[in-house]
Design a protein around this ligand. Structure first.
Ligand SMILES: *[C@@H]1O[C@H](CO)[C@@H](O)[C@H](O)[C@H]1NC(C)=O
Ligand SMILES: *[C@@H]1O[C@H](CO)[C@@H](O)[C@H](O)[C@H]1NC(C)=O
Length: 294
């Protein structure tokens, strides 16, 4: 009986999800992925449609360097529980607020540029120090199609990295761009305020991650560049989201949430789970099997 009840419950949940498609849960040991889509799945779709048709003037405005807020004492804006246009986020320019955070590494330097107006937004600039090595990698032929070769060189670049944020949210942003001369911009936008550690690992060099001409396994570098760097994303200013607070918010939205777009991916956030913030299914599993999600 419990199995069939469970089965019926699952079916109901699946129907529920496909009706509203607002709440998907993926789990790993410590984090629960709570999907966005509280208010703006439709909006982001419309926003992106607008982005593709922006005039040059608006595009320039988006990419203009951010200036400090008019009132220097004004606190920055807390993050909101909303999806955002990932590419547009990567175009933002916070060059007025940068600092070098890794200099002693023999291969790379890392600069952190942070928004002065928005909590938890910024990017890392990772620069390969050896210009000769960079030029050599860039001169390699890496794809059969010359246009694709040129695109991968200008956009992706010879090196690959993983950037991992750990804290009230776990994130590993996958959008980055090669700015040229082996300088890479890794943008991030955290949804949950709080204290984080950030680790950056150099994973591939010389286009080994993407080259398509040699039938060899990808050669992995896996050199740590930044290890558990402390990043405070407005931890003392903003109220963090918890799995429970998000679920309560979502309950209130019932019936008024827009359905998910079929063309835009649903964005999600891995939130840290914990005894205090357990939602019903976590509590059920914990009570029944003494197995916590975290
Ligand atoms: C998005 O665009 C569609 C079509 O233009 C429109 O019907 C809809 O109301 C818009 N949604 C929002 C949230 O602006
Ligand atoms: C986050 O870290 C900073 C620096 O260590 C500390 O001053 C601050 O109190 C911490 N915030 C919280 C909420 O613990």
């Amino acid at each position: 009986m419990p199995t069939s009840v469970y089965f019926i419950r699952n079916v109901a949940i699946i129907f529920f999800l496909s009706a509203y498609t607002v709440f998907t849960v993926y789990r790993n040991a410590k984090f629960i992925n709570t999907s966005f889509a509280l208010t703006s799945t439709t909006r982001i779709f419309n926003t992106s449609a607008t982005i593709t048709t922006t005039t040059a003037a608006t595009a320039t405005a988006t990419n203009a360097p951010e200036h400090p807020p008019p009132d220097p004492a004004a606190p920055p804006n807390c993050p909101t529980w909303k999806p955002f246009a990932v590419k547009q986020q990567g175009d933002k320019d916070f060059s007025n607020n940068c600092r070098v955070i890794v200099d002693e590494n023999p291969s790379f330097s890392v600069t952190l540029c942070e928004s002065m107006r928005e909590c938890g937004q910024g990017y890392f600039l990772i620069q390969r120090k050896d210009e000769v090595q960079c030029a050599k990698a860039m001169a390699k032929s890496i794809a059969w199609e010359p246009e694709f070769d040129a695109w991968m060189k200008s956009t992706i670049g010879p090196d690959a990295f993983t950037v991992i944020f750990s804290g009230p949210q776990r994130a590993s942003p996958s959008d980055w761009r090669h700015l040229g001369s082996c300088q890479y911009k890794h943008p991030y936008r955290l949804t949950n305020p709080g204290n984080y550690t950030v680790s950056i690992t150099h994973t591939h060099a010389e286009f080994h991650a993407i080259q398509e001409k040699k039938r060899t396994w990808q050669r992995i570098v896996n050199e740590p560049i930044l290890v558990e760097f402390a990043l405070d994303a407005c931890s003392t200013l903003c109220q963090p989201f918890s799995v429970r607070s998000v679920e309560e918010e979502w309950r209130k939205m019932k019936g008024r949430v827009p359905v998910c777009s079929r063309v835009m991916p649903v964005q999600g956030v891995y939130l840290r789970s914990g005894l205090e913030g357990m939602v019903d299914r976590e509590r059920y599993k914990y009570d029944a099997f003494k197995v916590p999600y975290f």
